[in-house]
Design a binder for this molecule. Structure first.
Ligand SMILES: O=C[C@H](O)COP(=O)(O)O
Length: 303
């Protein structure tokens, strides 16, 4: 059943994989389906238990031009202190930083089970020579990254160079080896549900362990519609191959209700099997304090 393509020599192997899926998705149908989920289901998940779960799915992110070693060190220390101050609450899933800070985080982080995610491959544009992307990814891992977030080469995708897009993703997955690799689709640039579905399928066949909506550097970022299409693609891929792929909405998740909406879409499309922080992550630079404030019942700026 499993359809791992990496060892096949066929020149059009990824186009062939794409042809196994219906990628002619209607934007209008997606909008209607999302509207229905939001109207009928989101309220069921607006509760303390879900908010606690969401805290444990957060990829605590700092990807700022102003980041420095001191700031990243302080950022990591807050995660260490969180575990001491709130032992009954789930700690965040990862700390997500630029590769030049992987060493700082890995030398400072004291909490077991918090992964170190590094954006790589010339984040956020992905516009660099593959050799540079390979080197950056290898160095991030050498310095302690336990997960890698790369950006799909969006320009190549929009030009229809699907084999090149997939070969590049596959090459970077080879560098990652056992380390989990997330592929950011930058769904705001893909515009249509059909493109988002195609990019999702292509990334999964090329070796993505997670697919991720956005870099957070472009608008629109993680929309419920993009999340819906990506979750559908993950489900169809799982049904066909038996391989479970994670989902990471990221970028522009600014309110607790944004997070609950993403949770609801995952629950409705993918089901309970994806509702662990191994398979569902939220990349955010703003949500951790808001979620914590709601969980503890008063405003806090811990992170
Ligand atoms: O990967 C995570 C995103 O870059 C975070 O985006 P954000 O700053 O809009 O929350």
């Amino acid at each position: 059943m499993a359809e791992k393509l990496n060892n096949q020599q066929d020149e059009n192997k990824y186009e062939k994989a794409l042809s196994l899926y219906n990628c002619e998705v209607s934007d209008e149908e997606v909008r209607d389906a999302v509207r229905k989920i939001i109207a009928e289901k989101v309220h069921e998940n607006d509760n303390l238990e879900v908010k606690k779960f969401l805290m444990g799915s957060v990829e605590l992110t700092t990807l700022k031009t102003t980041d420095s070693e001191d700031r990243v060190l302080a950022f990591t220390e807050r995660v260490n202190q969180f575990d001491e101050q709130y032992p009954e609450l789930p700690h965040v899933a990862t700390i997500c930083v630029y590769p030049c800070f992987a060493k700082t985080v890995s030398e400072t982080l004291e909490v077991d089970g918090v992964e170190i995610a590094c954006v790589s491959g010339s984040f956020p544009s992905s516009q660099a020579l593959i050799e540079v992307k390979v080197a950056e990814t290898a160095l991030a891992i050498k310095d302690g990254a336990t997960e890698i977030d790369i950006v799909m080469p969006v320009g190549k995708f929009l030009s229809g160079n699907y084999e090149e897009v997939a070969d590049e993703i596959s090459e970077l997955k080879n560098v990652c080896g056992e380390k989990k690799m997330k592929v950011i689709l930058e769904t705001g640039c893909l515009k249509t549900a059909a493109n988002i579905k195609k990019a999702s399928i292509l990334s999964m066949y090329a070796g993505a362990d997670y697919i991720k909506t956005s870099t957070g550097k472009l608008e629109p970022a993680a929309t419920p519609e993009a999340a819906y299409v990506m979750c559908q693609a993950i489900k169809e891929y799982y049904d066909k191959t038996g391989i479970q792929i994670g989902f990471k909405p990221a970028g522009g998740l600014n309110t607790v209700m944004d997070a609950i909406t993403m949770y609801t879409i995952v629950k409705e499309v993918l089901g309970e099997k994806w509702l662990t922080n191994q398979w569902f992550r939220m990349g955010t630079s703003r949500l951790a304090n808001l979620l914590l404030s709601e969980v503890v019942g008063h405003e806090t700026k811990f992170f």
